[in-house]
Design a protein around this ligand. Sequence first.
Ligand SMILES: O=C(O)CCC(=O)C(=O)O
Length: 249
Amino acid sequence: MDPVLDREMEEAYREEGYVLVEGLLDRGELAALEEIVPALSRRLLARPDENEHLFEKDGAGRILALRCIHNLLEQHPLFKELARKKRLLELVSRFMSPRLFFYRGIMVLKQRGVGSAFPWHQDFAYWGKGRPELAGCWIALKNAGLENGCLEVIPGSHKWGILKVAERDPGKPLLSSEQEARAIPVPVKAGGAIVFHSLLVHRSKPNRSAEDRWAIVYEYSAPEFENGLHRFDRHCGWDPYTDRLLELK
Ligand SMILES: O=C(O)CCC(=O)C(=O)O
């Protein structure tokens, strides 16, 4: 831990709404995930449950690949271990609140050739009540660059509040061309992470390249967060310090 670096990151998080953290996961963790993720994907694809996970599909609705795994903590013990990794909790709590709760965990598998886009959105707009006391930690399991659909963010957009959306769709925030022109891609090396505010406007493009782009997204809330349970996460309200699940309503 480097206190000067951490102070600079805290300032960047406050001003820009996100920070890039290199080397959050070590080689051993990345190597373990290289084995776990394909096996897990095969298992989930063998019995696709569309209420639980998301899939890439062709025009006829046939499943091409797994897009998104929900309820990540229950898929393998390593996902829980990583979600309570000391360095990660230290950083997120420094940016947001000294005490954190887990809100949800997903994996986004933007597979080579078929991985689809995520449109501009603010994460909080999907959950949108209470205060936006949430931070996401987007962890690259593979190198993520422009070609395979890394995250793009609009720095400072977390200060814009909750944006109006078209057709009541949180995936259609009303952005002016000036606002959109401020967007920048944030390439991340495998093991690195982007910690970002739940109001930061972000998106990712399709993966037309020959390289998979996998990421874990953990979302943490402050204790006073008022949103209660996340609809799609059975670990919502998990306490990463004590490994206990709170009774939330
Ligand atoms: O991983 C991606 O491409 C997008 C993920 C994302 O936008 C999110 O989890 O909010």
